[in-house]
Design a protein around this ligand. Sequence first.
Ligand code: C2E
Ligand code: CA
Ligand code: CA
Length: 655
Amino acid sequence: MSLVVALKRIFKLPVDRPQLLVAQAAALSRQVPLLYSVVFVSAVTLAATHLRSAPIWLTVGATTVLGLACGYRTFNWWRSRHEPMNPERARRMLTSTIRSAYLMAAAFTAWSLALFPYGDAYSRSQVGFFMAITVCACILCLMHLPVAALIIVALALGPMVLFFWSTGQEVFQATAVNVALVGVAMVFMLFKHYREFTDLIASQTENTRLANHDSLTQLPNRRRFFLELDSRLSEARRVGGALVVGVVDLDGFKPVNDAFGHATGDRLLVEVAQRLRDVPEPALFVARLGGDEFGLIIDRTIDDAELLRFGKAICDLMQTPFDLPGVVAQIGCSVGFCPFPTGGENAQQLFERADYALYHAKQNLLGGDAVVFDGRHEAEIRELSQVDQAMFRADLEHEMSIAFQPIYDLGAERTVAFEALARWTSPELGVVPPGIFIRAAERSGQITEVTPILLRKALRAAVNWPMDMRIAINLSARDIASMDTVRNLVAIVQESLIAAHRIDFEITETAIVCDFEQARDALLALRELGARTVLDDFGTGHSSLSHVRLLPIDKLKIDASFVADIIHHQASEDIVKTVLELCRNMRLGCVVEGVEIDEQLTKIRDLGATEVQGYHFAKPMPETEVSGYLANESRARNGAAKRPSRHREKVLAAG
Ligand code: C2E
Ligand code: CA
Ligand code: CA
């Protein structure tokens, strides 16, 4: 590096490299007390030997002023020692150190040289020694701020050398040469040390950058997101400001990744990141949290209505097709927001709540929704955590039971299976609906304990049923999330008295979206056992068709929501019709669930459904009622065989 560049690098504060600025200030501030003590104590010793010979203002007067100046600087340092160092503070501190270096070096030189004429030969040598050694100490203390060190060399060492040389006295001239040489060596060392220091900080900065960046999208990563959130939250708390935490989750990313390969998936994520970066909101901070999940911080006050519009705009942005090499990908996204301070207090809570809002956004059938965390969600969370607590204390083996709901075959005109539905009566909370406690157990992870208990109970009940009666068992995402839990379920089936081929395992799409590969392995293991696999709540998840194509699935269960408005909504009818056709083409079984009334049944029957389930036939019933129900059904069938009737199902329902 040329000298000019080196000098430039040294004389300019590195304001463009904030990390270096902060490191310099931090290193320097550790030396401040040492620096001023050395200067002050050395000055006192020099003044002491000149007390009798020099005027009092030059000895006592000058050292008092110096003492006050050093004391003032040290006090300032001491007072602010706990303040966090940021680039702005570092810049202020370094600038003021440079300014005081000019002042102190000039005063120091003037003072020392002013004392020179008063002493005898010994004292004059002491002045030389004092100047040289004190300047060396200052240079060492100022190693991290070379510009200040150079100022001292120029304003103290330079004049001293010239002055001593100009005395014409041999010993002083020799001293001057000595000091000049040492000075040059020190400046050389100073440059070298500073270069090493800047290199070290540069490599640390690079390491920090790597640790805080997502290498695929070049966005800040999860770690950085939380660091940023923490620091912006402290600032918001300090000034009484507001901010919003957002979580964006892509819908339909996995299928693109699975179908077109990881390179295309990566490309898509890069494009998504770019679109998020380009969102015209100056106060927005975007990070990639992992997978297809992105974190947002909106660093300003923003009301719920505006926030929802903002979220919707992001969803629209993601729904615009992505033109990737070889394929145009159509995805969507859901967004959850949680505002500070109204929605939560700390980073963890805000994030969890934004995630909770996201979970709600994902429930939206059509996808592409934004939800802001509110009081309703808070009540839900409180309820869930109460349920969590109660469940951890519960004796699940005794408190849990199973209700069975028939699945009816319209062709065979009889019940062909029962779905096992969990029931829990808690001594603390009373009857808790499965929609609540299953979800709580899924969140807390306790589901992996609950499912085996339920499975054993369900299989034990089925022992008393006719040999051709099937049983449908619901599994959660966690149940199939590891092969260990799957093997455990397989073992329970093998130990039971029920043949595996009589079992249908129902799995929701969301369970599959979590980890596609693992889900496929789990489904294969269940199939290998001899059981069948059912995709539950079909149509409520995303990109269902690709799942059906890529997974070992035997049957689909069309979600009740489509049946609920099949009478009034053509779209629902079309969906049911399409799915039924799809099942016929792909030779998949199909159950239509949630059939409540005659009109729905008629419509569904016309569309070609065979297996149906719903309150129209029977509500879930306790184990003890199953045999009576089946007996009623066969009685009604036999009776009906003799008396042709259009309303057999009604009779069954009454039974
Ligand atoms: P699901 O698997 O979709 O079960 C069907 C739900 O719809 C049951 O609610 C059932 O009682 C209800 N249902 C049946 N017919 C009708 C109808 O005609 N109209 C209406 N409106 N609803 C009907 P339930 O028992 O409250 O269960 C709710 C959910 O809890 C289940 O939905 C399932 O996701 C979960 N669940 C229940 N038992 C278990 C279990 O043992 N393990 C797991 N992992 N999840 C379970
Ligand atoms: Ca089910
Ligand atoms: Ca279902």
